[in-house]
Write a protein that binds this ligand. Structure first.
Ligand SMILES: Cc1ncc(COP(=O)(O)O)c(C=O)c1O
Length: 453
């Protein structure tokens, strides 16, 4: 019989899979180390188990103890598997940026989850770094894992992931590229590969909002580089001891939007359903295209599975809200998609200004087209009304006909965005679009601004 004695024995030996369509513009072979084949569905199973075993070996973790860690979810999952099999309790401290799926999964494997705010300084007592340290001090028989500075993290990748890549490529690997968070993966794999073949290039993928790239290039820890970002698992506002900058040849930064878009492309073009940092990794590689030659063999590591991001990157609404969906906005009709369901608010020439003001307030709009029996004959802007009101407090009781401005220009629904935007000027804040079914809608300068990607 051939079987594993427990789930922990199934960690590692993940496949190396050639990428085809998504890297068609690169001159060389690209192989993906697909780490979601691990039992906890991420690369972090490897280091989680190694950290536990090393802590058991030197007595930091005692029988029946409680494992405490600040984790973005994947390390927590690996620790949870080890805790279940080996009989420890686990507390995972997580930031509120992490997907709900990740929190639910951790609870499903027995972890207690403590959620902390993302947008606080690492030294703030509410930060997930501070909370995990405090819980470790307060919990009897507790052990604080500290994946950032725990050398077993990089060591696990040095002992397993690196040798696997070396053997799977039969030493042909020339480049290794991966997203960098704690640094354990890049530092462990990078060190091993460079020991076998010193000219292997090791490229780190960083995110906008993180300090790594600038620190690597200048030695400056620039706090201005730190702001909140969406990508999970990579980038930091600290310098973890596991980042061995000396084995990293270059960092490239990838935007949140590109990470999300390329994650979807991996699923659709390669059938590889991975998490957001894998989108960063593949986009980072494409950004490095000019550095590659036909004989190169690139290994890109995909950290985790897309199933943890169903409510995020694989949810159209979430993507659209952040402007990540590549919906093409080329015509007047595209510009009004966000509010096409709402009725066009109009006023009639013989209504009073007070009626127009009521509608401006009720619908929270800034301008209204004016109609009479012949169609659109004028317009009212809230700023003009305000100025008129300052001159004459009785204006509210006047008919709109007496105060209205020129009617808005009307365009066909197929009019190009460039042509529509030329009609929006300092003196004209809106354009009407003829939907060709007897109905009209309004395009404001905000629709034009929102269409700019
Ligand atoms: C999804 C994901 N990608 C990338 C990383 C970065 O790996 P490392 O911490 O080894 O640098 C992590 C680490 O938590 C992760 O969870």
């Amino acid at each position: 019989m051939k079987y594993a004695k427990n789930i922990l024995e199934t960690i590692g030996n993940t496949p190396l899979v050639q990428l085809n369509s998504i890297v068609k513009d690169l001159p060389c072979k690209v192989l993906a180390k697909v780490e979601y084949f691990n039992p906890g569905h991420s690369c972090k199973d490897r280091m989680a188990l190694k950290m536990v075993e090393d802590a058991e070996a030197d007595g930091r973790l005692k029988p029946g103890g409680t494992i405490i860690e600040g984790t973005s979810g994947n390390t927590g999952m690996g620790l949870a598997l080890a805790a279940v099999v080996k009989g420890y309790k686990l507390i995972c401290v997580i930031t509120d940026k992490q997907s709900k799926e990740k929190m639910d999964i951790l609870r499903a494997v027995g972890a207690k989850v403590v959620v902390c705010p993302t947008d606080v300084e690492p030294t703030d007592p509410r930060s997930y770094y501070s909370v995990s340290k405090r819980l470790a001090q307060e919990t009897p028989n507790g052990w604080y894992v500290n994946q950032y500075d725990n050398p077993s993290n990089a060591q696990a990748n040095y002992e397993q992931t690196g040798p696997e890549i070396w053997e799977q490529t039969q030493g042909a690997v020339t480049h290794f590229i991966v997203g960098v968070g704690t640094g354990g993966t890049i530092s462990g794999v990078g060190k091993y590969l460079k020991e076998q073949k010193p000219n292997v290039k090791v490229w780190g993928v960083d995110t906008y909002g993180s300090v790594f790239k600038k620190y690597h290039e200048t030695g400056i820890f620039d706090e201005n580089e730190v702001y909140s970002y969406v990508t999970e698992g990579i980038g930091e506002d600290i310098l973890p001891e596991n980042v061995n900058f000396s084995v990293i040849d270059h960092f490239t930064k990838v935007t949140d939007k590109d990470a999300a878009v390329y994650c979807r492309k991996l699923a659709l073009e390669e059938g590889i359903f991975v998490g957001m940092s894998s989108g960063s990794a593949i986009k980072g590689l494409l950004q490095m295209k000019d550095e590659l030659k036909p004989d190169d063999v690139v290994v890109v590591l995909f950290h985790d599975s897309g199933s943890r991001y169903i409510g995020k990157i694989f949810n159209d609404e979430w993507m659209r809200e952040r402007g990540y969906l590549e919906d093409e906005i080329t015509t007047a009709a595209d510009l009004i998609q966000n509010h096409i369901e709402k009725p066009l608010v109009v006023v009639r020439t013989e209504e009073l200004v007070s009626h127009a003001l009521d509608r401006i307030r009720k619908y929270k709009i800034s301008q209204i087209p004016v109609i009479d029996k012949d169609g659109f004959v004028g317009s009212l802007e809230d700023s003009d009304l305000f100025a008129a009101f300052m001159n004459d407090a009785n204006i509210a009781e006047k008919p709109i006909r007496e105060v209205m401005g020129a009617p808005y220009p009307v365009v066909n629904k197929k009019a190009k965005v460039e042509d529509v935007s030329k009609l929006i000027t300092k003196d004209n804040n809106a354009v009407l679009v003829d939907l060709e079914d007897g109905k009209y809608h309004i395009i404001t300068k905000y629709d034009i601004i929102n269409s700019i990607k």
